[in-house]
Write a protein of this length. Sequence first.
Length: 66
Amino acid sequence: MNQPSGPTVRCPTCGSEHVYSTANPYRPFCSERCKNIDLGAWASESYRVPAPPDAQADPDDPNGPH
């Protein structure tokens, strides 16, 4: 029986299962393609990290965060 040489995880982009190993330079992704798809989503602002409501600056408030 073939045992994986490390923990098995799902690729965040395509969902395929693969071994999470230092031998995979694209981890946690399964491939360079999936890594680049994720990078492109961040670059096009498809993913956003929400800011706390009080940290959103009012551009007309001279005392607000800049």
